[in-house]
Design a protein around this ligand. Sequence first.
Ligand SMILES: NC(=O)c1ccc[n+]([C@@H]2O[C@H](COP(=O)([O-])OP(=O)(O)OC[C@H]3O[C@@H](n4cnc5c(N)ncnc54)[C@H](OP(=O)(O)O)[C@@H]3O)[C@@H](O)[C@H]2O)c1
Length: 248
Amino acid sequence: MSNLENKVAVITGGNSGIGYASAKELKENGAHVIITGRSSEKVKKAAAELGVKGIVADVTKLSQIDNLVNQVKNEFGKVDVLFVNAGVFTPAPIGNNTEESFDYQMDTNFKGAVFTLEKFLPILNESASVINLSSVLANKGVANTAIYSASKAAMNSYTKTSATELAPRKIRVNSINPGPINTPIYGKIGMPEEQLNEMATTFQNRVPLKRFAESSEVAKLVAFLASDDSSFITGSEYNIGGGINVSI
Ligand SMILES: NC(=O)c1ccc[n+]([C@@H]2O[C@H](COP(=O)([O-])OP(=O)(O)OC[C@H]3O[C@@H](n4cnc5c(N)ncnc54)[C@H](OP(=O)(O)O)[C@@H]3O)[C@@H](O)[C@H]2O)c1
C-alpha cells in the first residue's frame, strides 16, 4: 500500500473506468480526492459513491479548467497529485478519419491533457506527481487507431519535456501506457455489439497474458507513481498491458 496520507489528488475523468478505480485506490491510501468529468449527473453519482469531491469540468474547454483550478484552490489550497486521465477513443481506418473525430480525440486526449497541467501548475506543490494516462498504442501501429494513437504519442512527448522543465520544482511527470482494460470506453464507440466483440477478441489475442485487465490493476500503478515510493522516477513511461508492448 502506498502512503498518500494528507495528499490532495485531482483525477480528470474520475467518474468511470480507470479514473474511478484510481479515485477509490488513492482515497483508500489516505488522499483527499477530487474527481472531474463532463456529465454532472455521472460526476455527482460517482463522487457520492466514492465519498470524494466531484467537480464538473470539460477538459476541452479552457475556461472550465480555469474554473476547476479555482474551485480546487479555494477548497483544498495546493495539489500533490494530478492524474490526467480523461480520454476518448473513436477508432476509424485511414481514409475514414473525419475532422470532427480528429478534433474530438486531439482536443480531449492531447490539448485537454496539456492545458490541464499548464493551468494546475501554479497550485502544484513542490514534489507533486503528475501522471498522464496514455496507451500502449502510442508506440504501436495498430490498424484503425491512427488518430487516437497519435494523440497519446503526443501526450508522451509532452510528458518527457515537462518532466525536464519541472524538475527544478521537484515536480515529477510520468506516463502510464495501458493495454486493453475492461472499462466502459469500448461501449461509447458506437460500434455494433458483434463488431465490438470481434475487436475485443483481437486485442485479447495480442496480449501474451491473454486477457483484458481490470481498472483496479492500473489504479495500483497510479498509487505507486502518486506516492513518494516513486520519488526518483520522472519522465518515464510505464507499460501495463500483459506484455502487449513487446509482442508482435
Ligand atoms: N480502457 C482501455 O482499454 C484503455 C487503454 C489505454 C488507455 N486508456 C485511457 O484511459 C483513460 C481512461 O479511460 P477509461 O478506459 O477508463 O474510459 P471511460 O470509462 O470511458 O472513462 C473516461 C473518463 O473520461 C471522462 N472524459 C471524457 N472526455 C472528457 C472531457 N472532455 N472532459 C472531462 N472528462 C472527460 C469521462 O467522463 P464524462 O463521460 O463525464 O465526460 C470518463 O470519466 C483514457 O485516457 C483512455 O484513453 C484506456
